[in-house]
Every structure is written in C-alpha cells, then in structure tokens.
Design a protein around this ligand. Structure first.
Ligand SMILES: Nc1ncnc2c1ncn2[C@@H]1O[C@H](COP(=O)(O)OP(=O)(O)OP(=O)(O)O)[C@@H](O)[C@H]1O
Length: 227
C-alpha cells in the first residue's frame, strides 16, 4: 500500500495535566480500515480529538493528511477539518433545518458557492448512504440509524482523505449498527481511509480489520484470531 495518511511518533496525549496516552507510534496508510478499541476512559476520544485538532499535540511528532499536528495553528484547523470527515456517536445534526439544509450549511461554511454544484454534491453523498429520498426530512423525523447515515453523508461532503468516526454505532441497536457499518465498509471499498473508535466487538468480529487498542496509557495493535 502507498501513501501515509497518518503518522504519529513518540506521541503523548494529555488531558490537562494528566497523561492519557504515552509513547504512541503508529502509521495508517491510504485505503486502510482501522478500529480503535479500549475500555471507557482509556483515551479513545482524546486520541481522536488530537487527530482533528481539538486537543493540541504537546509531545511527539504527528502528521495527518499532510498537516503537521505539532505546528498546527488555530487558523489551520478549518483547513485540516476539510480534509477529514468526522462522525460522532451523537450525530450532531442541526435540529432546526432539514437534511438538505444541514448538508448545505456545511458546504457553505467550507467555501462552496455555486448552488447547482452544491445540489449535485448533496445528492451524491445522500446516494452513497442510501438516503437520496430523505433530503426534505428534519432530523427528528429520522431514526437513529438514518440520522447516522446522514452524519456519514455530511462527513463525505468535502471528499475527505480520512474519516474519523468516534463510536458511530454507539447509540444504535445491533441490527442498525450493522447497516451503518455496511455503509462505512462501502465507503472504505471506494478507496477512503477510515479510523473508527468502537466498543462493539460483534462488529469487529463480523468485519475484521486492523485493530488498535488503548490500554494502560498505550496504543498497540492487537492481532485478531478467528473464533
Ligand atoms: N475535557 C477533559 N478534561 C479533563 N480530563 C478529561 C477530559 N476529557 C477526558 N478526560 C480524561 O481523560 C481520560 C481519557 O478519556 P477519553 O474520553 O479520551 O476516553 P475514552 O476511551 O474515549 O472513553 P469513552 O469510551 O468513555 O468515551 C479519562 O481519564 C478522562 O477522565
């Protein structure tokens, strides 16, 4: 496999003064699907936040989609986020507008101006998550699984190089989780790199892939065995 999308060298991650993760070394290459597991409080969210510039990198070296995390300035963060697609457990859709306007809001905020191009891109991403007919609905009119598909569509709007998904199935029932996971798999098969934090071991068994574990202030790769 080719290009490195994410590389961390001797990284330590802190929340205030407490050390959450220590001496993290890792590399993710274009096209990989990587899980991040670990029990509550082990540092998965802190790790993700460091990657999208929400938690400054204080120690070690890191680069992500061409940005140097160590020298990242406040004003670089919107540009970094345009090259990342971020998906959260709680969807974070804007409740006061319909799906199309939720997506349009993001496009406008990231510099898109041409209405016809925006319409086309919205249709394109909704199609990718199987929600093409739902653009006129409001978030509260959709199920949890549908809302998460929209959140994934939103993450795809700017054709990101890397998708960071923090417990994307955490609020979904097992069957809906599998449906959302299928969408993630399809997106990965179309060439996008995905890092997904999860607690859901059933999903990992069903869709085995490279797995990193946060435990005891460390991040290490775990080897999966068939069961
Ligand atoms: N904003 C914060 N300020 C101070 N400490 C924090 C903050 N956020 C998290 N922590 C601490 O950092 C550690 C790692 O938390 P983090 O949220 O990264 O874990 P996690 O593995 O994502 O857990 P969960 O699965 O419950 O989301 C915990 O000890 C937590 O209490």
């Amino acid at each position: 496999m080719g290009e490195t999308i994410l590389q961390l060298q001797d990284v330590s991650i802190f929340q205030k003064e407490s050390l959450v993760l220590n001496k993290v070394d890792l590399e993710i290459k274009k096209g990989e699907f990587v899980y991040l597991i670990g029990k509550t409080g082990s540092g998965k969210s802190s790790f993700m936040k460091t990657l999208y510039g929400d938690l400054p990198l204080r120690k070690g070296a890191g680069s992500i989609v061409g940005f140097d995390l160590k020298t990242l300035r406040e004003k670089d963060i919107p540009y970094l986020r345009r090259k990342l697609g971020i998906v959260f457990q709680d969807f974070k859709l804007l409740p006061d507008r319909n799906i199309k306007n939720n997506l349009q809001f993001v496009l406008k905020a990231t510099g898109w101006k041409d209405q016809a191009k925006m319409d086309k891109q919205i249709e394109n991403v909704l199609d990718k998550v199987g929600m093409k007919t739902k653009g006129f609905k409001f978030p509260h009119e959709l199920s949890g699984g549908e809302q998460q598909r929209i959140a994934i569509a939103r993450a795809l709007l700017n054709d990101p190089e890397l998708i960071l998904a923090d417990e994307p199935t955490g609020n979904l029932d097992p069957q809906t989780s599998v449906e959302v996971m299928k969408v993630m798999q399809d997106i990965n098969k179309s060439g996008r790199t995905i890092l997904m934090a999860t607690h859901d071991y059933a999903l990992i068994l069903k869709y085995p892939s490279k797995t990193l574990k946060c435990d005891g202030n460390k991040v290490f790769e775990v080897v999966q065995r068939a069961v």
